[in-house]
Design a protein around this ligand. Sequence first.
Ligand code: SAM
Length: 381
Amino acid sequence: MKPSPLLSCELAGTCSGCPWILKLYSDQLLEKKDRFLRRLPRGGFLPNALHDFDIFPVPVDHLRDRADLVLETRLGQHTLGLWDMGRKTLLNLKACPLLTASLESWLIEFKNDLPSVAKGSIRLRVNPQSIKGVWLDFSNQDIKRLLEEGDWLERLQAKAIVEIGQKRKRLIRKEDRWALGDPVLFPWSETYFFEQSLPLFTSIGGFTQSGPQATQVLSEVFLKLLPEEVPSWLELGSGSGTFTLPLLSAGKRVNAVEMDAQALKGLLQGAAHSGISALLSTHLLDFNGKKDTLRRLFEENRGVIVDPPRSGLGNLVSFLTELIPSQRPDYFYYVSCWEDSFVSDVHGLNELGYLGTRLFGVDQFPQSPLFEILALFQKQY
Ligand SMILES: C[S@@+](CC[C@H](N)C(=O)[O-])C[C@H]1O[C@@H](n2cnc3c(N)ncnc32)[C@H](O)[C@@H]1O
């Protein structure tokens, strides 16, 4: 690959958002690939899978459709941005080469009028139709004051859809005052079945992958690894459906397990919107909690897909150990953005008789050491 130039950013080398920005992109990819392959357990994957392993690049800039920022106000001075590498100083973010052009414009517009809040978190989003959103995660005291004062929220509401607090309630007008209404799910993002886009219904504060361009590559690679012969999948941690909707579009039956009720509601809304709900069943469930339903779901599906949080599979490996081999799924499809937990879980899966047969990466976190891992394991006995 031809070395790509370094990204230009005035915070390069200091901002924790892009710890690898001073490395050439071609070197970043090589380093991720080499480090990862060295860490995998010996014999954990078929030699062919390791030989074919590659990390698919995505655009190195302008790919993020959401920005998670910290706001601090000291002596009337606002700082809105990200922490420095040492996580001690908050850096003022005037622009960011990782954001899509429309999100960068929204950041610049938002910064022109900031509220007086000692400290809070803010997520800015722009959806594929260029609709702007903001999620304000402030203390209850600050929220109460801003609702009572009203002026700043009124100006903000004129620019974007506003969501407030951990319950992600919508800012609404109630007679002559501002109030918190029920959460509303909205197509803030999208996933893909080849060229076809499938809207994902979430809250502004809800989980989505890093942006549409990366999700397009991710869904394509996801489908590439999917074994044709499995008609029905148990998906643990489905979220609002980045992988569920392409699976349903491919004619697969999916039992989606998720513990976030809002995400599950969004999944149902997204599947209905795209007219692909017929093969979908949803289960509001903690896959590390009580095992009765999970045991039944494992017995009913030959394939399991997991895209867990950073902590990895957790108790799932010991749960698999408790099942007799014939009850264990033939295929275990593991998606992960966290190398440490993935590598440790591969050891557990190997001990249970699973061998990795296909392995790819998608570099949806350029300028950082992270990437998304997609690995298919097959039961050997
Ligand atoms: C990394 S996200 C992936 C979501 C989905 N694959 C996507 O791309 O939108 C992990 C998801 O797993 C869910 N999750 C995490 N731990 C869980 C658990 N113990 N039981 C059920 N769901 C869980 C989270 O709520 C989240 O939606």
